[in-house]
Design a protein around this ligand. Structure first.
Ligand code: PAF
Length: 273
């Protein structure tokens, strides 16, 4: 939903102590929903905000491009930082405030302390991006601690991230409920991602086949073969058991048009794994 004149911009807060005070005041009024992001917002992010707004009295968002989760410094440098445009988008999405701290403010320890998971984080995307999930879990724990929201909303596009955050919250007795929200897709099936902006129009159109192939292939091996035949460079496709959700997901990552894309689908019924 676009911002209108009747939709004021969210309050922008940079200081962690001010953010804690703001969130405490919101929680005194009613339930607080929190959406952590790295900015460059698209419809997928806005769907998380709308869900949070439907389920809570107030909604707050963080926008922080987290350097510790980028294993590739070129990828970090290329990550779009468009705070003004993001604030405009959030004005129409029922969001009261945005937390956008500096690295120094969010990492007063200089990343001496970090959260590390030693099993799931080493597989799938983690096998191709060393240290990535340490950075994700560390920043998410900081953001959850600072916001102390009743619920935090994560997109299922990053399914491995969602599983790890959910299980970290349980492991550390975090009070915030971790909520998974469905993937939002472009008209050709490509999962929405800030990285899609970096594809040429022709590659963006062709990338829809990524979703078609992983949804239809009888097993992960066949999906890899079909992806390669279609001109994609697959990092991995794996069918993964998620005991908490009680279902199997097919997780996949490819490189295409100079961009790394990830996606996941329910493992098709009756398929081999
Ligand atoms: O999914 C993302 O945008 C990021 O990994 C997150 C959860 C905001 C942590 O930096």
């Amino acid at each position: 939903m676009a911002a209108t004149r009747s939709s004021p911009l969210p309050v922008l807060i940079r200081d962690p102590a001010e953010w804690q005070a703001f969130c405490t005041a919101r929680r005194a009024e009613g339930s607080l929903g929190f959406v952590p992001t790295m900015g460059a917002l698209h419809e997928g992010h806005l769907s998380l905000c709308h869900r949070a707004a439907a389920e809570n009295h107030s909604v707050v968002v963080s926008i922080f491009v987290n350097p510790t989760q980028f294993d590739d410094k070129k990828d970090l440098a290329a990550y779009p930082q468009v705070l003004d445009a993001d604030m405009q988008k959030l004005a129409g999405a029922g969001v009261q405030a945005v937390f956008s701290p500096s690295y120094e403010a969010l990492y007063p320890d200089g990343y001496r302390y970090r959260v590390s998971e030693d099993t799931v984080s080493r597989r799938y995307c983690g096998a191709h991006r060393p240290g990535h999930f340490d950075g994700v879990l560390t920043v998410v724990l900081k953001l959850l601690s600072l916001s102390a929201a009743d619920a935090a909303y994560f997109g299922e596009k990053d399914y491995q991230q969602y599983m790890l955050v959910r299980d970290m919250a349980a492991a550390f007795f975090v009070q915030t409920k971790i909520v998974a929200c469905p993937i939002v897709r472009e008209s050709n099936g490509l999962a929405m991602s800030s990285r899609n902006e970096r594809l040429s129009p022709a590659d963006r159109a062709a990338a829809g086949a990524f979703y078609t192939i992983i949804s239809g292939a009888p097993d992960a091996g066949a999906a890899i073969e079909q992806l390669a035949a279609a001109g994609f460079d697959p990092d991995y496709v794996e069918d993964v058991e998620d005991p908490v959700m009680g279902r199997r997901r097919r997780l996949a990552a490819i490189r295409f048009g100079g961009v790394r894309l990830i996606d996941n689908v329910p493992v098709p019924e009756g398929r081999r794994t």
